[in-house]
Design a protein around this ligand. Structure first.
Ligand SMILES: Nc1nc2c(ncn2[C@@H]2O[C@H](COP(=O)(O)OP(=O)(O)OP(=O)(O)O)[C@@H](O)[C@H]2O)c(=O)[nH]1
Ligand SMILES: [Mg+2]
Length: 333
């Protein structure tokens, strides 16, 4: 599974600054709104110290980290749904992503233009979430019309989907998000922006983050991270990606051998066969068993055979729930 994340926010708040920090790509960053028009897309390696260490003991030829794909798009303004600013068509570029990072400006710097006159992150997040909701409402309304027709012919699935979407519509119209419906079948298909998990990146310093803002983020069901993008620390990239994993409930398991040492991203709670599907879709069906050792144990033991002698290696079956940092050898038919 490749994790992909869309970066949203008002214009001129630091979205491209964040993207550049993550990907080191040379892109336009400028002190005027709508510096970004076409989306920037970049892939970032998920930092994981264990990979290098495992590669050393396995004498691997290659190290392949997990990756996260980021989409840096244009800024949204109030009324984007009516065509204000650059409109909202560009939001289709992040339909396929699994999560949203919303950059909110908390830094004060009067030299940096703010499209609403000055920083007010609570107001800004409402503007952006409203525009996301209005974009979704377009899709939801169209789908409701279609489903109403199908439901009249007695189609049970259409009826159930219609019920879900009517609830979603009510939520969106009330200024709330659709995250609570994200597991519904129709929602997976529609990929609503407001059904994606949200991580708020508060651009600035901790003392500029008000309790009201924290409360608002909590109310919307999101999580947050404070980073000063103008003065980033080396560990910030890792922090952001780790937080994204946490918000999305993702973990990595590892494989290691002479060919390669590699990280694989899976959903927390996946059992060994499902997890093996990350390596090759067939493995989910043909899975027999897995030999499993925690990366830390394998590293302390100093090698696969040593780990086996110490009894640190376990043979696990189809019901085994994979843990973060498990090193696995998968046996399949
Ligand atoms: N003082 C200060 N300036 C910042 C910070 N982050 C970004 N900036 C500046 O704000 C301006 C806008 O940054 P961008 O990253 O281009 O903003 P954007 O959100 O991509 O803007 P659009 O593409 O126009 O939507 C640039 O001049 C940045 O250098 C920050 O944390 N502090
Ligand atoms: Mg930009």
């Amino acid at each position: 599974m490749k994790l992909s994340i869309g970066i949203v926010g008002l214009p001129n708040v630091g979205k491209s600054t964040l993207f550049k920090l993550l990907t080191s790509q040379e892109i336009t960053i400028a002190n005027y709104p709508f510096a970004t028009i076409d989306p920037n897309v970049g892939v970032v390696e998920v930092p994981d110290e264990r990979l290098k260490q495992l590669a050393d003991i396995s004498k691997s030829k290659k190290v392949i980290p997990a990756v996260v794909e980021f989409y840096d798009i244009a800024g949204l303004v109030k009324g984007a749904n009516q065509g204000e600013g650059l409109g909202n068509q560009f939001l289709t570029h992040i339909r396929d992503t699994q999560a949203i990072v919303m950059v909110l400006r908390v830094f004060q710097d009067p030299n940096i233009i703010h499209v609403e006159g000055g920083p007010d992150p609570v107001r800004d997040m409402e503007i952006v979430n409203t525009e996301l909701a209005l974009k979704d409402l377009d899709l939801v309304d169209k789908r409701i019309k279609k489903l109403e027709g199908e439901a009249r012919t007695g189609d049970k699935i259409a009826k159930a989907n219609l019920e879900t979407l009517l609830k979603v519509k009510t939520e969106l119209e009330a200024g709330r998000l659709a995250i609570q419906f994200r597991e519904e079948p129709i929602m997976k298909e529609m990929q609503l922006l407001t059904a994606k998990k949200q991580l708020y990146l508060l651009n600035g310093s901790e003392e500029d983050v008000s309790d009201a803002l924290k409360a608002k983020i909590k109310e919307m069901g999101g999580d947050y991270l404070v980073l000063d993008l103008a003065d980033p620390k080396p560990e910030d990239l890792g922090l952001l990606i780790r937080k994204a994993y946490e918000v999305l409930d993702l973990i990595s398991f590892l494989t290691t051998g002479e060919d390669e040492t590699r990280a694989w991203t899976i959903q927390r709670g996946e059992k060994a066969p499902q997890a093996s599907g990350a390596i090759h879709t067939d493995f989910e069906k043909t899975f027999i068993r897995a030999e499993v050792v925690a990366a830390a144990d394998l590293l302390t033991a100093g090698g696969w055979n040593q780990a086996k002698q110490k009894g640190l290696l376990k043979v696990e079956g189809k019901e085994y729930v994979v843990k973060d940092g498990d090193v696995m050898v998968i046996r399949h038919g």
